[in-house]
Design a protein around this ligand. Sequence first.
Ligand code: ADE
Length: 239
Amino acid sequence: MKIDVVTLFPEMFDGPLGHSIVKRAIEKDIVEVNKVNFRQFGKGKHQVVDDTPYGGGAGMLLKPEPLFEAMDSINERDPETKKRVILMDPAGKPFNQAMAEDFAEEEHLVFLCGHYEGYDERIRTLVTDEVSLGDYVLTGGELAAMVMIDATVRLLPEVLGNAASAQTDSHSSGLLEHPHYTRPAEYKGMKVPEVLMNGNHGLIEAWRHEESLKRTFERRPDMLEAYDLSDRDKALIEK
Ligand code: ADE
C-alpha cells in the first residue's frame, strides 16, 4: 500500500510512524509513506497557503491552489495508482473500524490535513472521502490522519504477528472484546474464571461470546442496534 500525507507539519508524523508495528510495516515494505509539505506550493515569497474568507468572518482558510498543486505532484509521481483521497474534517463522517477495514483494501491512500479555520470549499472536489476522528475539534488534521493510518496499517496482511488477532479485535465483530487473562491463575485474591482453564473450547467460546455481549450491552448499547442478535443473545441480555 502507498500512503501520502499532505500536511504543513510533516515532522509530526515521525513519532507515530517511527515506532512499533507501523515502523515494522514500513521496514518490511508492506506500506510506503510519503509526506508532502504543501507549503512548497504556497504563493509568493512567503509561500502563503491561507487567506481571509470572502464575505468576512473570523479565522483563515486554506487556499485552493497549494492543495490542488500538491495533488498534481502526487498524480505526476504515481499516475497509475487508484487513489482514495481522504480529507480530515471535523464535519466529515465519523471514523470507525469498518472504515479502517475499507481503507485497508485500497492501493493508495492520500490524507489531506488542514489547519486553521477551514478549507476553501473547492478543495472538496479533490477528495473521495471527508472523515472526522470524532466530535471534537483538533488544531489540525494531522493527529486524526495518524490515528487513521495506524488503525488501517495494522489490518494489512502480514503486519500483525498473529493474523488472528485483528479478527478478534473489539469492534471488528460488532461487539466489544471479552475479558482476557494470563498467568498467574490467582493474583491478590482475584481468580481467573474456571471455564478458561478447563480446556473445553466449546464452553470457552460460549463464555467469551456471552462476556462480549454483556460488556457491549453495559458500555455501548448503541452498537447492538447494528448487531444481529440471536434468540439466545436476546435472552441473555434480558436476563
Ligand atoms: N481537524 C480538526 N478536527 C478534526 C477532527 N475531529 N477530525 C478530523 N480532522 C480534524
